[in-house]
Structure formats: C-alpha cells, structure tokens
Design a binder for this molecule. Sequence first.
Ligand SMILES: [Zn+2]
Ligand SMILES: [Zn+2]
Length: 392
Amino acid sequence: MRALTWHGKQNVQVDTVPDPQIVNPRDAIIRITATAICGSDLHLYDSMIPGMSNGDILGHEFMGIVEEVGPANTTLKPGDRVVVPFVIACGQCFFCDHKMPAACDNSNPAEKADASEIAYGYAMTGAFGYSHLTGGYAGGQAEYARVPYSDYGPIKIPDGIEDERVLFLSDIFPTGWMAAENAQIQPGDTVAIWGCGPVGLFAIKSAILMGAGRVIAIDHHPRRLELARQNGAEVLNYHEVQVREALREMTAGIGPDSCIDAVGMEAHGFSPDNIVDAIKQETKILGTDRPHVLRETIMAVRKGGTVSVPGVYGGVADKWPIGAFMEKGLTLKTGQTHVQNYLPQLLELILEGRIDTTDLISHRLPLEQAAEGYKNFKENQNEWTKVVLKPG
Ligand SMILES: [Zn+2]
Ligand SMILES: [Zn+2]
C-alpha cells in the first residue's frame, strides 16, 4: 500500500510499504477514505518528539471502511464505515472501566512504555502514528491501517453523510469539546480561548453550544481570527492589544470565568536530560510565546475561575504562577482526550446539523501530495488551517 512515512527532520514522503495484517483477535483492518494532518503531527515533522524510527507511518486522524476483522471482534464487520479515535484503548482495564480511555493501561506495549514511566511516574497510553513512546503503532495517513481493540474504539457512521463532516471525531472535535467541558462553563459565562487552530476553533464552537454567554478568542493569524469570529467569538489579536488588559476591560474588571489554553508547549523529551534539552530547543525555535500562554491564562482568569488545558505539554514548566493559582482559588483541568466517551453524543450533534465541522478545512489533497501538505501546513499557518488527505 501507499503511506506517508517519516525519514527525519522535515523529511516525509509517500512510499510503498507492506499492507497491515491482523495481529490480535480484536484487530480490524480499515481501508482509509479520509485522513487529516494534525498540528501535533508537525512536532514529529520537526523531529521534536523522540522515539521516531525511519519509515514510521504518521497520522492519527482517520476514518474508512472495515476491510477485515479478527476472530474475537463481534461488533464490526467488513463493509462497516467507521471513524477511529486517535487514542488506542482496551475497554477493559481499570482506567477504561472508569471512563478514562486516554489513560488505558494496556495499549502501550510494556517495552515501549518505560520512557513515559520515567518522565511521568506511570506509563502513558498508546496512540496511532505518534512515535514509539506511544506504542509505535502505524498511523492512518495511508491506504490501510490496523486498528487494535477495534471492537471498543471506532464508531460506526451511517451512510449518506460525507467523510469530512465526521472525520474530526477522531481527535480535534472531541478534544475541543473536552476542553470546553473542562472549563466548567455555566450558562452565560465568559470564556477566553488562546489559540484559534483546529482545537481552539472546536473549543469555541463547543463553548457556545454549552451555553457560554461570550467567547473571546486570542491569536495573531488574521485568517484564524476570522474563522473564530465567524463561529461567534469576539477576537483579540495579541500583536495589537495587551491581552490581559483587554480581557479585564471587556469583563468590567472581573476577568473571564474560564480560560482555555489551546496552544500548549510540546516538550520534546521524556527522560530528565531530554526534558532539559527540549526546553532549550523550544526556547531557541519558538521564542517565549508558547510557555507564556499557561501563565497568561492563570493570571487572566477571574478569582475562583477555571483554567482548561487541551494544549499539549510534555516536560516541565518554569515560573509557573503557583501563587496566583492558590491565592485566586483556581481550578485547573487538563489531559489527553477521552475520545471514546464523547463519540455517540458528538456524532448526534453532527447528524442533527447543530455544528459545522468543515469550515476550518482549507485544503484537500490526494495522499500522494501529503508531503506538500506538511510543508505548507507548517510554513503558512494563516492560510493552511486544516489539511484533509484522500488516499486512492
Ligand atoms: Zn490530532
Ligand atoms: Zn484500557
């Protein structure tokens, strides 16, 4: 089959690779009909995440048609159309039992989990196409993918609804939704959201559906701010205004009820020395903006407010304003997305036409042009807001 493979820093290409096979009885093989490039894929592209090997297949946002199922899979059959969550979860362990599939203890093979156990105290969960630290699973920017525990994760999609309307159930829609849920929005609340990328945009849409009175979105790319505005947010361009002062003024001196950090800072190491290196690397490449956001949310939110962090952090953060956090009595909620928990409810919202899940798509490319998609998505973030790839 054809698949987008990683060959080092900013070096990805579409290669012919062996077709995936059923390995475990609960597996399925999916023929992929649509897949997307995620902002977090750019960190693999930039070689900032350790644990990558030459030839790894990328991609964790994908959907398609079931081609083959293992003998223990009683929920899927060939021909079913499914969206696959980026988080790989068994559905049976302590964490899956407690509705925390993004903390599944079984999906990251023991020999691969050691690195995250050193960094975080406990091993992290498996994910598609996201380095050998999360299991080394082949991703979905390909013609076919093997889906482990496929009787638990994927959601069946009825016929007659376009791929593009449901594809983002794989990651960014549930991630934006959980971010808004974690912001503990009460009807009429004011919510400030940093970052108008795909996750930030879905957080805006979700906060409004949850009854927020005002959503204020912060970014500097004009096209992304325009999308936020079209989705009902008031917008602040941080190149033009002092964000904290503007928020204070807009809320009569009280501050937003909750703040969402949809920017994050992907640290690039999972052992203590790598973490230090990663911070140096981050500072050199990205400047001070990105670690700035977590501090900014804590300082900007009103007393007794909530900070929600869907943005990815991987290492340690310096000068975390613990004093403001404690003295203001804040709540902080975060985590990788428990995608599986949200799928039936969010599919229903799409089917009812209550949310537009396609307005952020800026480019549609054949899989063969995936490398061009990566390059442009990285270098022109204003215009390239979301790239959908179509195999075959
Ligand atoms: Zn993603
Ligand atoms: Zn589990």
